[in-house]
Design a protein around this ligand. Structure first.
Ligand code: BMA
Length: 320
């Protein structure tokens, strides 16, 4: 992965808004991303000094310089949510059947759920419902159907960390015929205790290549007591049955090294949430040498960009 020299490409200073809750915000990180109308669109997670969370849309021609909306993206239909909502965050965007689908984590008193939102044009996000049981995060939807089913990867939070926060060490694959009711098909893979990816969760929605689905994920090394290290890794998933793992890199492909990754609101974090291949063939497969723009949250404080290509990611999957 090559870090962009302009990193961090978005910081709290880029949030300029007349909105009273968006004055002098604390952080902007973990953005969802997609191509939209010939441009790169990011949905930024913005946290203010009351520790409230907002999603702001940002658009760019070159993927580096962004124009950020002055107002938070409105939500439609949140009154249908049966639980009190504290935070809607870490959006993952998938274009499917002509609609943009956004899966977010929802913090409630009953736990963290996956929330499903849709939009045709990013003027607002329409809440479609809670689409998981409690204690699930990192939901990523595949951009096509498989044998009549929609598929997603998700990460149940079954591990209690210090301080009671729940995390997880196994990514599972769910399927659904209506995007609303989901059942687990299979485990995808688990964390590797004692190594870089002890706890894991999917990053951006997987990228379609001729070899299979390139799947970026985050791994957490917890064995340094208080200091969790969030890194990025890659696996290759079967083209037709993506819960099958064809290859998984032994090494992380990005780890906190730069100051903006090492220090901040949560130190030692690189957390990928968007990966955009710039060129695909007519069947939607990413071209082997096309740049992939990977957007990640650094130290839960700012947004960074690293680039790679399908060929390089495939090499990393097979590195032993
Ligand atoms: C994870 C999520 C992310 C966050 C990361 C590092 O569990 O909460 O939103 O970026 O921890 O703090």
């Amino acid at each position: 992965m090559i870090r962009h020299p302009a990193n961090p490409i978005l910081t709290r200073k880029d949030i300029v808004s007349p909105h009273p809750a968006l004055q002098d915000v604390s952080s902007v990180f973990n953005p969802g991303g997609t191509l939209f109308d010939g441009r790169i669109l990011l949905l930024l997670r913005v946290q203010n000094r009351a520790r409230e969370t907002f999603l702001l849309k940002a658009l760019s021609q070159d993927g580096i310089h962004f124009i950020v909306d002055a107002k938070p993206l409105p939500f439609i239909g949140l009154e249908r949510c049966p639980h009190r909502l504290y935070h809607i965050y870490d959006p993952r965007i998938t274009l499917l059947d002509g609609t943009y689908h956004v899966l977010c984590a929802l913090d409630t008193d009953q736990g963290c759920f996956l929330g499903w939102f849709t939009t045709p044009d990013f003027s607002a996000l329409e809440f479609q419902g809670i689409v998981s049981g409690p204690d699930v995060r990192n939901g990523v939807l595949f951009p096509k159907k498989f044998d009549g089913y929609y598929l997603r990867f998700e990460r149940p939070n079954l591990v209690a960390l210090n301080g009671g926060v729940k995390s997880g060490c196994t990514i599972v694959c769910g399927r659904s015929s209506d995007l609303r009711n989901w059942e687990t098909v299979a485990e995808v893979f688990s964390g590797r205790p004692h190594y870089w990816d002890e706890l894991i969760g999917s990053g951006p929605p997987p990228i379609k290549t001729r070899q299979g689905w390139l799947h970026l994920y985050h791994g957490v090394a917890t064995h340094f007591a208080g200091v969790n290290i969030y890194q990025m890794g890659v696996s290759l998933q079967d083209p037709m049955r993506p819960w099958l793992t064809l290859a998984r890199g032994k090494y992380n492909i990005l780890e906190p090294r730069e100051l903006y990754e090492l220090t901040g609101q949560v130190p030692n974090v690189v957390f990928p949430t968007a990966a955009i291949p710039l060129h695909t063939d007519p069947d939607g497969f990413a071209l082997p040498e096309t740049p992939i723009l990977v957007y990640y949250g650094a130290a839960d404080t700012c947004v960074c960009l690293a680039t790679t290509s399908p060929r390089e990611l495939l090499e990393h999957c097979n590195a032993q």
